[in-house]
Design a protein. Sequence first.
Length: 297
Amino acid sequence: MARRSRARRRALAALTALAFACAARAAALDWPVAARVITGTFGEDRGDHFHNGIDIGGGSQPVHPVLDGEVVFRYDDGSDYTSLPRGLGSFIVLRHDPHIRTLYAHLQAGSLGPVRDRYAANDRIGVIGETGHANGPHLHFAVFDEEAGSTINPLEFLPPVPDHQAPVIRRLYARVGDRLVPLDNGSILKPGKTSIVADTYDLREDVAFRWPLAPLSATISLDGREVSRISFDSLQVEGGHMVAGAAGLTREQVWDPGELLICGTLDLKPGDSALRLSVRDLAGNEAVRAVSITVSP
Ligand SMILES: [Zn+2]
């Protein structure tokens, strides 16, 4: 745990330094595309892994680096390299300081232009495509801190885009053995360790259709006291796995099948309690579900 929070502090310090360096050069950190339609958020359940970046739709449009950067790697889909990972399609990785790297994936085959060593922020890297494992054209954009071994939620530091749409909490459950028991006012639970599971998602106004996204955080309070919190601000690599939050939770500990968010595991004590779930998105919009429950003796 100490190592994890140290790594996270390092990642945040590195990003702060990076942002400061940008400000000093009067070159603001900017979005990689002009039309910002976010169709995938950080930390989402992707079957066997957390989604480690954001997906940006908005059609086939030019992609620019978020900052000046040195090319660490580039691969044009269709090139004859059979040993390379194919899921990302055509992609470029840039290094912006000794530790911070950005990834631009699923670019149109052949849109990368001539091989080069560096890109300035206003240069064109390529065009949004759907090479690799992609359902429709989109840019997969991710930010890595190599030193800290962490992946950072890009929405934490890209300039904010307007979002007044609050997350949605459709249903609240307690996991009892292999069953999900709906939680309502007056629900009676047994004492002991119980996971609270929510059917919850975020919506954004930049997506014109209904498109559920992972929220940024979920916090559970019991009788006004915060007892559990899960947040997708960064993911750490630990033992070859990605883990989330200060508690270092694996994907299986965060996502129940059916994209249900496991908001926390409580140690329930007999008596009446007010249980409150707060779900937030990055813009600070909040959804709340509060129920009074009784824990039997
Ligand atoms: Zn993606």
